[in-house]
Design a binder for this molecule. Structure first.
Ligand SMILES: [Mn+2]
Length: 385
């Protein structure tokens, strides 16, 4: 005989209520009204067919974060763009597969909504018209300058003609030249929030090739598109530090070494970022090699003793939450999936990209003075509630 003493049963009335809830209670009855409205809207897409978005499986027909694939930038506010450059990778390569893998993994990071702060939610697809522009095809460009010129034609249309913000996936860090160049032209000189193990401040005098993964900031400074005194770089360490550090001092870029980042609380660092970039138009570029190899070992220049993914997110979150920084574009670069057998680095990069997309959509709505809704022209299945 067991000596278990059974706990008294719940009373019949309570059980009856639970039975009734089991039969009739639906999750949609208890959710945030804004999300309820969003889900109802999603359900009517494409002549009432709706978008089934809770499962990421078999969603090749949808783009990044389940956004619609489109090149109609005249009717969009934010374009997710893949740039597959890898000719400037100093060591490990394979960045050409970065946008493709991140697009695939990005479909994990949504349900088209995201918990934000204080019980509020981000619903980026109800704040801005977001499209996945796809990956810009530079296949056959065997010279990096030609590759940049081909992609620039796309970027000038997306940004300068049609006024879109871009959430970009590299590619090696060369790709950041394009949004800085075009968004700087559109908005005026940009502040830059830069996460990286490296300064990336090589000059033409150092190395005369026009485009590479170490000169996209300095070239844009010389063109008037980036203000070095509104730029902060976090996470610097490793082999290039002694060589390029003098440029940061001479140009007035604020640099926080990885060692200092690790002992600085995120709220203190967030305030420093806000003080440096100010209220002007600001770009955020996240080179995954800023991260410690435990969070990223799939980039072209792995450097040990780096930042934690959570610290970076906390800093970014607190900068955004201040409401004081005007984000006009963002990117996540240097991810090379061939070295990422577990996809751990890719999930981190894609998850961070989704959070940056939410911030971009929020700031885009503020600049527009109104929320604009993403529309899916083609629907493929019922919304799951
Ligand atoms: Mn870099």
């Amino acid at each position: 005989m067991s000596n278990i003493k059974k706990w008294p049963a719940m009373d019949q009335e309570k059980i009856k209520k639970l039975q009734d809830y089991w039969e009739n209670g639906r999750s949609v009855d208890g959710i945030d009204p804004a999300i309820k409205k969003h889900l109802a809207r999603m359900k009517t897409m494409g002549d009432g067919k709706g978008i089934e978005f809770l499962s990421n499986l078999n969603k090749d027909y949808l783009g990044a974060f389940m956004a619609p694939f489109s090149r109609d930038t005249a009717n969009a506010d934010i374009a997710v763009v893949g740039l597959p450059f890898e000719k400037s990778a100093p060591m490990n390569s394979g960045h050409k597969y970065g946008p493709k893998m991140l697009r695939e993994l990005s479909k994990n990071f949504m349900g088209t909504t995201e918990p934000w702060l204080d019980g509020k939610f981000d619903i980026p697809f109800d704040s801005a018209r977001i499209i996945d522009y796809g990956t810009i095809d530079t296949y056959g460009c065997f010279d990096l300058t030609t590759e940049v010129e081909v992609a620039l034609e796309h970027y000038r249309k997306i940004v300068n003609e049609d006024g879109c913000s871009t959430m970009m996936w590299g590619g090696d860090h060369t790709v950041t030249y394009l949004p800085l160049h075009c968004l700087g032209n559109l908005h005026g000189p940009l502040g830059v929030i830069h996460f990286d193990a490296h300064y990336d401040l090589v000059t033409k005098a150092d190395f005369p090739y026009p485009y590479h993964s170490g000169n996209m900031f300095t070239k844009n400074m010389a063109e008037g598109n980036v203000d070095p005194e509104r730029m902060i770089t976090m996470g610097v360490r490793g082999r290039m530090t002694g060589l390029v550090g003098g440029h940061a001092k001479n140009l007035g870029v604020d640099v926080v070494m990885a060692e200092e980042c690790r002992i600085t609380p995120p709220d203190v660092m967030a305030q420093r970022v806000i003080d440096v970039v100010g209220e002007g138009p600001t770009y955020l570029t996240f080179d995954v090699d800023c991260l410690d190899p435990i969070y990223n070992h799939a980039s072209s220049a792995v450097e040990p003793f780096g930042l934690s993914a959570n610290w970076c997110w906390d800093v970014i979150k607190l900068v955004r939450a201040s409401g004081k920084v005007n984000l006009v574009g963002a990117d996540v670069v240097e991810y090379a999936p061939a070295a990422d057998l577990t996809k751990l680095c890719g999930y981190t990069a894609a998850g961070l990209s989704w959070k940056l997309l939410c911030w971009l959509a929020d700031d885009m709505a503020k600049r527009n003075g109104e929320k604009r809704e993403t529309v899916w022209d083609v629907a493929f299945g019922n919304v799951t509630l």
